[in-house]
Design a protein around this ligand. Structure first.
Ligand code: E4P
Length: 216
């Protein structure tokens, strides 16, 4: 399963871009708002840091506005920008428009198999089911990923599933076990994926033993 970082923070993106296993970025209006810069300024900087898909979300609510804003965002870097669109009828109309033009899209705020089906039928490049927010509301988020995976298999949709709203390491591993294509993960959780107390203990004892070993 491919890993993206879910952030608009340039320091976090700079750091994970050196790790090698983080292959793309997703942003949203709330993440952008935390950074104190315009969306255009932030996205223009992110595309210089990451050679992978970068989702930039439209904030317009009407079809024409989404097309205009989406085209402006796409023009920042047609090699990397993915236009993120909301799960609304206007968003899905815009998704179909961009699909015809072979411009990549990510339909966000997906909380049900039916919504995912509509995104896939609209030609979305990516669909983003939100795990954490579903869990908070008492729904079975991993079952949603399994259901979307089954739909993809049943009909051969090419839409990739981005498991989003990730809150912990178990979300990441359970999404991988359920067959999600990608997980977009906040920095704090990404940094925890490599951690295990037995790895730390092993490193400590190897370092102690290495120090006792005669040098040439
Ligand atoms: C997805 O692309 C969104 O940016 C994101 O994962 C939302 O997560 P949250 O529920 O932590 O805000």
């Amino acid at each position: 399963m491919v890993l993206f970082i879910d952030t608009a923070n340039l320091d976090e993106i700079k750091e994970v871009s050196t790790w090698g296993y983080v292959k793309g970025v997703t942003t949203n209006p709330s993440l952008i708002a935390k950074e104190g810069l315009s969306q255009k300024d932030i996205i223009t900087k992110i595309v210089t840091l990451v050679d992978g898909p970068i989702s930039a979300e439209v904030t317009a609510e009407d079809y024409e506005g989404m097309i205009k804003q989406g085209e402006e965002l796409f023009a920042i870097d047609p090699k990397h920008i993915v236009i993120k669109l909301p799960m609304t009828n206007e968003g899905l109309k815009a998704c179909a428009y961009f699909a015809k033009k072979k411009i990549p899209t990510n339909v966000t705020l997906c909380f049900s198999p039916a919504q995912a089906l509509l995104a896939m039928e609209s030609g979305a490049t990516y669909v983003s089911p939100f795990l954490g927010r579903l869990d908070d509301a008492g729904w079975d988020a991993i079952q949603l990923i399994k259901d979307i995976v089954t739909m993809k298999k049943n009909y051969g949709y090419e839409t990739k599933i981005i498991c989003a709203s990730i809150r912990n390491v178990a979300h990441v591993t359970n999404c991988a076990l359920a067959g999600g294509d990608i997980a977009t993960v906040p920095y704090k959780v990404l940094a925890k994926l490599i951690k295990h107390p037995l790895t730390d203990a092993g490193l400590e004892s190897f370092a102690k033993d290495a120090a006792k070993t005669p040098k040439n």
